[in-house]
Design a binder for this molecule. Structure first.
Ligand code: AMP
Length: 217
């Protein structure tokens, strides 16, 4: 049973690795960022509240995030395990997650911490292009689509996430350092942190993740 968190700064490759993990383990990928983007697209109240923070690269308030994440974790498909991507992002959120898991008799397998040096992150973020239709992620230099602006998988239109512009991306990295990086200590102290070099190729990073998950399963 795999119950894991993908931790790491924006651009570390959490989304890319999550896609591979879903394929291998057939467990749900829970991205709070994806849930917010879906709500923004659909014009929901939650989407309206979250948009103001997301567009500046700030964190959405803890109470909103904890509610959507724990609601999602209550769904039946999470009985077979889960991959959390982008949650928790603060110590408060991590404590709430611990309370939730304890109340449901669940334990994390391990927390995967993707380590990537800051100079690698910015070009990864600003060069990222995402499919408007299926959400697949490409990169204009390191993973270009076969046809410019078109998704290889579904033929949908590729676009740049508004928060991947240079200024917002820079702020997201700063927010990570200040508010989310302390989580590495939090999980280290609990003895459940696996540090993985996220600057390796996507294939090698995936293999390191699989090794860490299976060593702790
Ligand atoms: P992501 O797709 O994980 O990069 O998330 C995009 C944006 O959604 C972040 O920059 C935050 O504004 C917001 N967000 C996603 N997850 C969280 C979270 N756990 N706590 C606070 N804000 C979040």
């Amino acid at each position: 049973m795999i119950r894991t968190i993908l931790l790491g700064p924006p651009g570390a490759g959490k989304g890319t690795q999550a896609v591979r993990m879903v394929e291998k383990y057939d467990i749900p990928h829970i991205s709070t960022g994806d849930i917010f983007r879906e709500n923004i697209k659909n014009g929901t109240e939650l989407g309206k509240k979250a948009q103001a923070y997301i567009s500046k690269g700030e964190l959405v308030p803890d109470d909103l995030v904890v509610e959507i994440a724990t609601d999602r974790l209550l769904k039946d498909d999470c009985q077979k395990g889960f991959i959390l991507d982008g949650f928790p992002r603060t110590v408060f959120q991590a404590e709430k997650l611990d309370e939730f898991l304890a109340a449901h008799g669940q334990k994390l397998t391990t927390v995967i911490n993707l380590e990537v040096s800051p100079e690698v992150l910015m070009p990864r973020l600003t060069g990222r292009r995402v499919c408007r239709n299926c959400g697949a992620s490409f990169h204009i230099v390191s993973m270009p689509p076969k046809k410019e602006g078109v998704c290889d998988i579904c033929g949908g239109e590729l676009f740049q996430r508004p928060d991947d512009n240079e200024e917002t991306a820079r702020n997201r990295i700063a927010v990570y350092d200040k508010q989310t990086r302390p989580l590495t200590d939090y999980y280290q102290k609990k003895g459940c942190l696996s540090n993985i070099d996220g600057a390796q190729s996507a294939e090698d990073t995936f293999q390191s993740i699989v090794d860490a998950l299976e060593a702790n399963a």
